[in-house]
Design a protein around this ligand. Structure first.
Ligand SMILES: Cc1cc2nc3c(=O)[nH]c(=O)nc-3n(C[C@H](O)[C@H](O)[C@H](O)COP(=O)(O)OP(=O)(O)OC[C@H]3O[C@@H](n4cnc5c(N)ncnc54)[C@H](O)[C@@H]3O)c2cc1C
Length: 384
């Protein structure tokens, strides 16, 4: 096979990169595999950062992904503390921050995303992406301060719940009328009821025009409608920016992450996996870039098989979950902005329910609130 003896270089050493490397070996790939990552940690799991880690389980060892300790055994060279700063696709090399040039036959881009910064005139608010960020946020929450969370998506709402459970006085601000806009207005209302019922103040339909220094070391969050919120700690969760800066200068489309084809290839011998990669989902007939855990591991496995010559399209049913305090939300599929939620088991007023999202009569996603088994059952409708 043509891939035997090729050197695979994986840039980004977390879930997507690790699952690509592991799957390559389990498929019998016996060429060299090098995985470089800018962080000092072995590959770890980010979802726990906004959940168990902030809830007080600060044990970093428990965050590490299964198999992180088997890299040497699998013949995978792992280079932590190594940032890729440039790539030369024609010359088949990647340059690291310390001047090292790594050659490759096949390049796997697994560099994820960074928190989207919010321009402010005062000190930069905190964000949450890495273990280092989580330690900074946890230290603030321990002081039970006045916390303002800007951004009411999955991460923002989880941060607001974590701050509330830590005993902080929490205000959550979002541009949409209800939190978790990706789930539509009906489920958003349920999320809003739960989070405000727990004591978080939610302000929706408003933007933030600045975060500035206030008196006594406090911060002021200035809203578009002129309201000023006072905080000891401001955390933003206003989206993300794909980490593609090091790929510039090559003939690649980097307009929304690394643009790949239906088999997750961006150029001959160059693949994208995980949060950083957008690809053509041939099943949905749509271009997607998905920032969810399951996607990162499935895409890594698919790309490994394509490196080995499988020639497959990546057509997963997207899946994600979120812990909204004590409530477990599970979503299979892709709720579009036009889709409407229809409860199938229970009702939106109950503590548990499950239902489907329909667009023009067609089921495009299923969701459960505290009933993951119902979501699994309803998923069959989605597959059909
Ligand atoms: C706090 C938090 C909570 C989450 N909760 C959920 C959840 O409940 N459910 C869910 O489905 N998903 C959740 N996610 C999303 C999930 O964690 C991601 O989808 C997953 O981590 C993506 O993996 P990845 O390997 O593509 O990217 P990442 O995990 O971001 O890994 C990319 C790695 O590449 C490194 N890197 C970047 N640029 C370079 C460079 N130039 N050179 C070398 N290394 C580089 C980065 O430092 C990083 O270590 C959450 C994410 C966060 C941050």
């Amino acid at each position: 096979m043509s891939w035997l003896g090729d050197d695979v270089l994986i840039v980004g050493a977390c879930l997507a990169g690790l699952s690509t490397a592991q799957e390559l070996r389990s498929l019998g790939f016996d060429g060299s595999i090098t995985m470089v990552g800018e962080e000092s940690h072995p590959p770890y799991d980010r979802p726990a950062l906004s959940k168990q880690f902030l809830a007080g389980d600060g044990d970093e060892q428990r965050l590490l992904l299964p198999g992180h300790d088997e890299l040497a055994e699998l013949g995978i060279t792992f280079r932590p503390n190594s940032t890729a700063v440039a790539a030369d696709l024609a010359g088949r090399t990647v340059a690291l921050h310390d001047g090292t040039e790594l050659p490759f036959g096949t390049l796997v881009v697994a560099t994820g995303v960074a928190p989207r910064p919010l321009p402010t005139s005062g000190p930069a608010p905190l964000t949450l992406r890495s273990i280092a960020d989580a330690k900074r946020v946890a230290a603030q929450l321990r002081q039970r301060r006045r916390v303002v969370v800007i951004g009411a998506g999955v991460l923002g709402t989880e941060l607001a719940w974590a701050a509330k459970s830590a005993g902080c006085d929490v205000q959550l601000v979002g541009v949409d009328p209800a939190p978790l806009p990706v789930l539509g207005p009906a489920v958003g209302e349920v999320v809003s009821r739960a989070i405000t019922g727990a004591g978080v103040t939610f302000t929706g339909s408003v933007g933030v025009s600045d975060v500035r220094s206030g008196s006594d070391g406090a911060q002021e969050v200035l809203l578009d409608d002129g309201t000023v919120l006072h905080a000891d700690c401001v955390i933003t969760a206003v989206g993300s920016v794909p980490r593609v800066e090091w790929l510039r200068g090559n003939e690649l489309d980097l307009s929304d992450g690394l643009r790949c084809d239906s088999g997750c290839s961006a150029a001959p011998g160059v693949y994208g996996v995980g949060d950083v990669a957008s690809w053509w989902h041939a099943g949905l007939g749509d271009r997607l870039r998905v920032e969810h855990r399951m996607n990162a591991s499935e895409q890594g496995r698919l790309v490994a098989s394509n490196i080995c010559g499988a020639g497959r399209d990546f057509t997963p049913i997207p899946f994600f979950w979120s812990d909204q305090g004590p409530n477990k939300v599970v979503v299979h599929g892709h709720p579009t902005s036009e889709a409407e939620f229809e409860p199938v088991v229970g009702s939106l007023a109950d503590d548990r329910f499950a239902g489907v999202y329909r667009e023009h009569g067609r089921v495009v996603a299923v969701l459960s609130w505290n009933s993951p088994r119902e979501a699994t059952r309803l998923r069959r409708e989605l597959v059909a």
